[in-house]
Design a protein around this ligand. Structure first.
Ligand SMILES: Cc1cc2nc3c(=O)[nH]c(=O)nc-3n(C[C@H](O)[C@H](O)[C@H](O)COP(=O)(O)OP(=O)(O)OC[C@H]3O[C@@H](n4cnc5c(N)ncnc54)[C@H](O)[C@@H]3O)c2cc1C
Length: 505
């Protein structure tokens, strides 16, 4: 019976609440004639968590520590998602480290920083919850073994120093200890290569289970793994209490991106290979509301704060095209425009003295080691390497230096003092291409401060929780550095706690 129960049969019996039913079922999911009791469940757990990154581990640990039998399901062969490869910067206010260092911070200041960066597209109650719980979230991680440097960091868009950095700037130093802690808990399970395809809701609208595929193998070559990859065996897992989607973003889903971001076709991504939109689509099919799915945050190859200290030249013309102090997104859009007009990535140039002023030494070391940042004895050599017209490059830099010494940027109005810029005078010169990379998708399923998924009528979908990058509402237009990790931890914990507290079925 179990293996023979096909999707078609389920649809016939009304056992699955899926896309085809969505239009007719909204807002009355409860009336869709669902009968999950007809499903022969293969396995059951109190709490099921989808995704093994920071949000999933925060939820799983919280639910398991509270006594729920919990399973974390992960579609990839390895745990950790984008969280494990992330830089892991974590922004929290009113922390012990801030008090010790005499840094004055407040929930209000942090809240305002996030609302400003998010261009007020953020849901204020979600930001408030994040800010209020940020210091406790950091303590939660440290108490479970996460390794952070003691020194706080100054990071762009934060009014004060409030960012913790994992040891060696590696998310691994957070995820590895958390996973070890989780697996040491009573009745806490992790299952890899298990892909979630559908959410199952009962006659009352409550999310009660998942259709999954065990033994699934991600296909990195597919243009749309979610559509073309049929590997694995279908199974039905029941959640006696709640389901937490901590399934991350969709920066790697080229097919999904095609419609959301047609202008960013050529833009690569920094995130894990499995960051596709399948889980998002499954939640939408069961009636959840997706929002802000056309908002993206770009990462740039060098520390964003350091771009303004150098000069940026268009590869085709050898000329400046923007004030180097432009915002992260303003700069990214301009570079995308250049690329769409046929130019290669622009070159960011420093001289030997300018290079010494770079703040993010970790990133600098990486790009010096991997060859992205090259050293040149002359500007002509540099121009040749980047295939730029040498005469224009020399002329642009000469003009830039003159403006620097005169203290006024008559071309783009860059504030040389504020940006702590240097002239480009003394060999050797250093240059790297600068290009945006998909680093984070702000969109996802809209939640409330209890991490409950909302439907198109803004009603709660009982039993369905979403946390981390899979959710939306916290960040608005642009996520600020160090604020995804705190989002994952705060809302992962809330989702784990709330799922644990659901009445058992
Ligand atoms: C290089 C890099 C550096 C970064 N640096 C920072 C930083 O310094 N500070 C900061 O705040 N943020 C940073 N970010 C962003 C941040 O790391 C991520 O947004 C965050 O880790 C996402 O965590 P998550 O738990 O929501 O998702 P993830 O960690 O991506 O985990 C989601 C998991 O769900 C799995 N999954 C997806 N769909 C399914 C499905 N259908 N079935 C089963 N499993 C599924 C995925 O395979 C994945 O393992 C960085 C990101 C990158 C890529």
């Amino acid at each position: 019976m179990k293996e023979k129960l096909t999707r078609r049969e389920l649809l016939k019996t009304g056992g699955l609440f899926t896309g085809g039913m969505l239009a007719s079922a909204l807002p009355g999911a409860a009336t869709a004639g669902l009968s999950p009791q007809k499903i022969a469940w293969d396995k059951s757990f109190d709490v099921i968590v989808v995704g093994s990154g920071l949000a999933g581990l925060s939820a799983g640990i919280t639910a398991a520590e509270a006594g729920s039998e919990t399973i974390i399901l992960e579609k990839m062969m390895a745990h950790g998602g984008s969280s494990v490869i992330s830089g892991g910067t974590f922004a929290a206010c009113n922390t012990e480290a801030q008090k010790k260092a005499g840094i004055k911070d407040s929930e209000e200041l942090y809240f305002n920083d996030l609302m400003k960066a998010g261009e007020r597209l953020n849901v204020p109650e979600l930001v408030e919850t994040l800010v209020k719980n940020s210091a406790d979230a950091h303590r939660f991680l440290v108490q479970r073994g996460a390794l952070y440097e003691k020194e706080l960091r100054t990071v762009a868009q934060h009014s004060v120093k409030r960012c913790y950095q994992p040891v060696y700037s590696m998310g691994l130093n957070v995820i590895k200890p958390l996973l070890r802690h989780y697996l040491g808990l009573n009745k806490a399970h992790l299952q890899l290569r298990t892909k979630i395809d559908e959410v199952i809701r009962d006659h009352s609208g409550r999310a009660v289970g998942l259709k999954v595929r065990e033994g699934y193998l991600f296909d990195a070559q597919s243009p749309s793994d979610d559509r073309t990859n049929q590997t694995g065996t279908a199974r039905y897992y029941k959640a006696r209490k709640g389901i937490v989607f901590a399934s991350g973003g969709f920066s790697r889903d080229l097919e999904f991106r095609e419609y959301e971001f047609p202008q960013y076709r050529k833009i690569p991504s920094t995130v894990q290979l499995g960051a596709t939109a399948g889980a998002l689509k499954a939640m939408v099919r069961c009636g959840a509301r997706a929002m802000h799915t056309a908002l993206v945050r770009f990462a740039i190859s060098i520390g964003y704060e350091d771009i303004e200290k150098g000069i940026l030249l268009d590869q085709r013309t050898g000329k400046r095209f923007i004030g180097e102090g432009a915002s992260r997104m303003g700069l990214s859009y301009k570079i995308v425009d250049l690329s769409n007009a046929g130019s290669s990535w622009p070159a960011l140039i420093y001289d030997v003295e300018g290079l010494k002023t770079i703040y993010d030494r970790d990133k600098l070391e990486i790009i010096l080691n991997n060859g992205e940042m090259q050293k040149f004895d002359s500007l002509d050599q540099l121009a040749e390497y980047f295939k730029m017209p040498a005469a224009e490059v020399n002329a642009s830099i000469k003009k830039y230096n003159e403006m620097f010494h005169a203290g006024i940027d008559t071309e783009f109005g860059k504030d040389f003092k504020k940006t702590k810029a240097s002239p480009i005078e003394k060999a050797p010169f250093y240059a790297c291409p600068v290009y945006p990379k998909f680093n984070y998708t702000q969109g996802g399923i809209l939640i409330n401060p209890k991490a409950q998924a909302l439907d198109m009528g803004n009603e709660v979908i009982p039993g369905l929780y979403v946390a981390g990058e899979a959710a939306t509402g916290v960040h608005g237009a642009v996520r600020v550095t160090g604020c995804s990790t705190v989002d994952c931890t705060v809302y992962g914990r809330i989702a784990g706690r709330e799922a644990h507290m659901m009445k058992e079925i």
